[in-house]
Design a protein around this ligand. Sequence first.
Ligand code: TXA
Ligand code: MG
Length: 326
Amino acid sequence: MLLAIITKNIYTAKGFLDDGNLVAIPTETVYGLAANGTDTEALKKIFETKGRPINNPLILHFTSLESMAPYVCGIPEAVKLLARNFWPGPLTLLLPKSSEVPEVVTAGSARVAVRIPNHPLTLDLLQVLDYPLAAPSANPSGYISPTKPEHVQQQLGDKIPLILDGGPCKSGIESTILGWDETFQPVIYRPGTITLEEIARVLNTTPRVNREAKVLLAPGMSSSHYAPQTPTITTKDVKSVIEQYEGKKVGLIAMKNSYPEKHVVKKEFVLSPNGSLSEIARKLYAAMYSLDTMDLDVIIIELAPDEGIGKAINDRLVRSSTSNTP
Ligand code: TXA
Ligand code: MG
């Protein structure tokens, strides 16, 4: 089986992208599956490769506000303010799109999702391209997002020609998505490591959270997401869930403390002995990937404290799970 080339050379990546091919790119959040954001044929390959429904729109990635300007209808003060505080960084904004944005990017919506990612290699790459990069997370639709080049190689390496190797992702879960409603009130559509509190401080108003109605997807489409193949249970009460799996092959992802019930657990990850939520976010998906290759009967994942970045972590965890035991 032919696998993807893994390289740090942005000019090799540019060559493939200019020719209408897909390239996996590093960002600070997760690896993206990138195509020329103005080339409809190249964009269609993203949906085919991921097995992604065509009505699920894509984020456009830029290197600067100047390079973004032609693709949106003006850049209001609030956006400049957010850009100054959070870009480059893990914040995606939904803005009215210009006619430069192909229909397939937005799935027919009048808004386009845009962000400036904080990864030096991808920023260098965007500098030498004369188009933005459309990129969803570089995983088969519904599976865990990749935070290392080898995850992309394992999942999509036989379907794409090139992976740009930017090392492990520093932030580890997907960007916060923010838009505005008809009355110009800010709305968070997906929580991330840039928290509601941080956005509220900058905008001087507290965004509403609307996790479900974010897109034009059929109901239920987004509910199974970020999910390992192994049955996965998320819980606040690890001890009692472990007890139910005596004699089974159990993998455990704990947040801060190790569990003494270890004898029933085949493999345990403790993500952050200091309880750092950003460390937990950074390491979570890699731990899930690893357990999912171990032929376990069940993966038990402890929920994070439900505050700040913990809210974004728990959002992903609940979506990843086959069952959630509070
Ligand atoms: O951190 C991230 O955001 C990563 C990196 C690669 O940038 N990307 C990412 O893309 O997570 P994806 O496609 O896996 O998730 C983007 C989400 C999808 O749920 C999509 O439905 C939503 O953003 N989205 C994109 N464009 C939209 C639009 N025009 N209106 C509403 N939702 C949109
Ligand atoms: Mg995704």
